[in-house]
Design a protein. Structure first.
Length: 251
């Protein structure tokens, strides 16, 4: 590493990645936000999915103050976080074929909906199968992934393809293979991952674009407010009553 504290170097790396996605993925982010707005305007529902730490960015846009009330988490048991024991089970389940099919078949996802699939590597069976099967159902798919993995690793799906190959829109997080930004002579492995920072920022940029796009069309975006501000609960109650048939985390 060059001069600077590890904290400084990590912030520099994260800021650099955020600047790259801001500039290089601007068109894709606009397209993704527009797709979500189109889905809301035409009566569709919104879903987000991620496995392991990729689930953090998926969860960050669900039931979120300042976020769209219609965004629902498409949860796959055992892969949404490190709360499962052993934590390595989640990683193993990502490689199991047929799991995405079972989840989609028993979920409320239907034609006309939009699904955001977040997978840093995009190489495991679960996200690839999720994208393939969702599109077969008539669902529009936005993939958030690091495209670098497709050229530097091998797919673990039987088709040999990656998440990026089965999406209507792809957002490239620009994260390097291995997801660790720093190295130090005294530490034998690279460290300090930035994928959560970058991917979460991209997701919020997409949601912000969707909200503004709806407003430009004269449609009040179904946004949630913080329950910790006066009037927040009343506001959210109204939104949830109005859109209750498209919100599944309350059932």
């Amino acid at each position: 590493m060059s001069d600077g504290t590890p904290a400084d170097l990590f912030f520099d790396a994260a800021i650099g990645l955020l600047q790259r996605v801001r500039e290089e993925e601007a068109e894709a982010i606009t397209a993704a936000g527009t797709l979500l707005a189109d889905t809301v305007a035409t009566g569709g529902r919104l879903f987000s999915f991620g496995a392991g730490h990729s689930s953090l960015a998926a969860q960050d846009v669900v039931y979120r103050a300042g976020g769209l009330a219609l965004m629902n988490l498409l949860a796959v048991p055992g892969v949404v976080g490190v709360d499962v024991t052993p934590a390595t089970l989640g990683s193993a389940l990502e490689r199991v074929g047929g799991l995405a099919s079972a989840v989609l078949d028993t979920s409320p996802v239907r034609a006309g909906d939009a699904l955001v699939i977040i997978s840093l590597s995009g190489r495991n069976a679960l996200p690839v199968e999720m994208a393939v099967n969702a599109r077969a159902l008539g669902v529009r798919v936005i993939g958030v992934t690091s495209v670098a993995y497709a050229s530097e690793t091998k797919s673990r799906h039987t088709s040999g393809t990656f998440l990026k190959d089965h999406c209507d829109i792809v957002l490239d997080s620009k994260i390097a293979v291995g997801d660790a930004e720093l190295t130090l002579d005294t530490i034998p492995a690279p460290f300090a991952p930035a994928s959560t920072v970058v991917t979460t920022a991209m997701m919020q940029a997409v949601v912000a674009t969707a909200a503004a796009t709806l407003a430009d069309r004269g449609i009040e975006p179904p946004l949630l407010r913080s329950g910790n501000v006066d009037g927040g609960h009343e506001w959210n109650g109204r939104v949830m009553r109005e859109y209750g048939d498209r919100i599944f985390y309350r059932h």
